[in-house]
Structure formats: C-alpha cells, structure tokens
Design a protein around this ligand. Sequence first.
Ligand SMILES: O=C(CO)[C@H](O)[C@H](O)COP(=O)(O)O
Ligand SMILES: [Fe+2]
Length: 225
Amino acid sequence: MPSPKIAPSILSGDFANLGRDCQKMVANGPEWLHVDVMDGHFVPNISFGPMVVEAVRRSVPREQVMLDCHMMVSNPKKWVEPIAKAGGDQYTFHFEAADDVQGTIDLIRKHGMRVGLAIKPKTDIKEAFPYINKVDMVLVMTVEPGFGGQKFMPDMMPKVEAIRAKSAEIDLQVDGGLGPENVELAAKAGANVIVAGTSVYKSADPKSTIAKLRESVTICQCHHH
Ligand SMILES: O=C(CO)[C@H](O)[C@H](O)COP(=O)(O)O
Ligand SMILES: [Fe+2]
C-alpha cells in the first residue's frame, strides 16, 4: 500500500495572504498541498492560474512540500508547461477534458511532473482502467468539481474500490467534502491520498485534524492486511 498523504486544499485558504497562509499550513506537516486550478470553462468557477501557482511555490519550497495541482481546465495540454515552470510537482488532469489522454500523460512526464488522472462523479470508472499503469495517481472526485465546501458523496466509494482492486501500488486520491467524520469510508475503500479543504482550514486545530486524517488512513490500511 502506498503511504498515507494528506493534502490540504489551498482553495479554502486566505487568498489575500496566500504566501503566509501556505507557510502556516505547511508548518502543520501535510505531505502535499492541493492546488485547485479552475478555468471558468471546464468548471463554473475561476480560482487562479500558473502565475499564482508560481507565487505559492516561492512561498513554500519544493524541499518542504509537494504541490499537487488539480487542473480543472478544458485544455489540459495547454497548461502543462506553464505549471511545470511555475514549480508544480504533480499535474492531475480530468479525463473528461482530454481528447488525447495518452498524449497528455506523455507531455506531463516530458516536463518532469508526476501524473494524476481525475474522474468526475458522473464518469464511469472503467474509463480510467486503461491508464492505471500509466499514471502515478487516480483522483476519484467525491463532489462535482468547481467549489469547496460541498457534501461528500459516499456513493463514489465503489469507484475507489474498483481502482484499488486493480492496483495495490497506485496513489488513490479522494477530493471533496472529506473530514474526520468520513475519511474512514474512503480509506476502507482503498484511498490513501486525502484532500481536505474546509475540514482542515475551518478547524480550530488544523494540525491535529491533519494528524487525525492521517491516523485514520493508517489504521484502515492495517486492517486491510
Ligand atoms: O477540487 C476541489 C473542488 O472542485 C477541491 O479540492 C475540494 O472541493 C476541496 O474542498 P472541500 O474539502 O472543502 O470540499
Ligand atoms: Fe481539488
């Protein structure tokens, strides 16, 4: 099983003080920072683009934390080079947005980033099967992408199980509405990478919430064996 990774989503952070906010979050010990890029076209919202990702990178160096870029964009190939130059470590694109999935994977690799493949709630998980051995991570969305603070969809868990059944090694991420109250459902289904926006950022003690999320994944992984 791949190691547990907790990825706070900076979408829930303080955009007016993003650098300091990211440094503060990194001090809480997450493995990754989750960076939600939205283009106002693939999803009905605009967050920020490569210039802001570059600013975030300057605030938290690569040695401190990995930038996990969730690209909710219509033309995923177009932003590979800008995000690589901005300092992204992983580039997760949406299956629904890609007309050339393999070509997009190859382009991301060529730019030295890890590859993630994201699947929206209404997309059949079977679409991801041919690429499981070609990507580093599959992201099973547990909300409709576009906004933080939505309700976790437990009916996505069979999709997580289906991916985990095909690979014990792959990083398997869930994103949307996750917190201490439902992380076990996701971890039992086989998820090891937990994105958490609202639950971590609105917590009175983000550090302990991150630790709690990680602990739940670790315990569920032990029960599997
Ligand atoms: O991709 C996303 C939305 O499209 C966000 O990463 C996600 O919603 C995280 O926020 P929260 O934990 O508040 O749901
Ligand atoms: Fe996300």
